[in-house]
Design a binder for this molecule. Structure first.
Ligand SMILES: NC(=O)c1ccc[n+]([C@@H]2O[C@H](COP(=O)([O-])OP(=O)(O)OC[C@H]3O[C@@H](n4cnc5c(N)ncnc54)[C@H](OP(=O)(O)O)[C@@H]3O)[C@@H](O)[C@H]2O)c1
Length: 233
């Protein structure tokens, strides 16, 4: 990985994505801000001089090949786009399940495939922002759980297929992170939302930076990131 190779952040307009972009920009890293909303990405790019904007809709994977042109080399692709709707299985709706699978699984898979030549050239890392729900069953979030379990399978397969080409793959299985998505989750659960109780977006961003900065003699395969007051036996 050359120092000037860019890191592409998918979901750069989101809370975790934009927090990461600010952290990496302060480190002097080259960035590609990827997302569907040009206006919010352009606004972020003004704040982060030198950052490139790349517009594509992760929720419509079939359109990505036609709309997306990548740099020749990438030091990393971080997948920080996603949706989460609370819905128990008995009330599930195929459209909502399908949307989770499109945005959280099929889109990231296709974006990674399209970025693969640049990742191989840059001996880059793929970082997937997964959830504890991708490791353990949790009632009430059927579409989210299906998509995040699938994302884990994607990461495992990608790692096996790409390790000898120099591409490293890391899943971060995170507990709740204090972002607007989490505020919405609390509202759906009918619970009071206290952001300080949860992992802060800056901590999540620093964890992702640690993955990206890991020397090439090692690979951080999986990280489980709990909030401090996670229930313990
Ligand atoms: N917050 C948590 O507690 C938590 C915990 C574990 C894992 N995660 C994961 O972290 C990732 C980022 O979450 P966040 O908390 O930072 O959420 P966020 O602030 O709501 O950001 C979500 C991002 O996903 C994009 N997005 C949402 N719906 C989309 C759609 N239909 N098509 C394309 N892009 C879409 C948004 O783009 P727009 O700005 O264009 O809407 C935004 O960039 C997600 O994968 C989530 O599952 C979050």
């Amino acid at each position: 990985m050359a120092d000037n190779d860019a890191i592409l952040i998918s979901g750069a307009s989101g809370c975790i994505g934009s927090t990461l972009a600010r952290l990496l920009h302060a480190d002097g890293r080259a960035l590609v801000l990827f997302g569907r909303n040009r206006e919010s990405l352009d606004k972020l790019a003004v704040e982060l001089p030198g950052a490139e904007v790349l517009v594509g809709d992760i929720g419509h994977a079939d359109t990505l090949a036609g709309t997306t042109t990548f740099p020749e080399r990438l030091a990393g692709v971080v997948h920080a786009a996603g949706i989460c709707e609370g819905r128990p299985f008995a009330d599930s709706d195929p459209a909502i399940i399908r949307e989770h699978l499109e945005v959280n699984l099929v889109g990231p898979s296709e974006l990674t495939r399209l970025a693969l030549p640049a990742l191989r050239a840059g001996r880059g890392s793929v970082v997937l922002v997964n959830s504890l729900v991708g490791l353990y069953p949790w009632p009430g979030w059927i579409g989210y759980a299906m998509s995040k379990y699938g994302l884990r399978a994607f990461a495992e397969t990608l790692r096996l297929e790409e390790f000898d080409k120099g591409v490293r793959v890391t899943s971060i299985f995170a507990s709740r992170v204090a972002t607007p998505l989490q505020a919405k989750v609390h509202a759906q659960e009918g619970k009071e939302y206290v952001p300080d109780e949860w992992v802060q977006p800056e901590t999540m961003a620093r964890t992702i930076r640690t993955v990206l900065d890991t020397p090439r003699d090692a690979e951080l395969k999986d990280i489980t990131l709990m909030h401090q007051h996670y229930p313990r036996p």
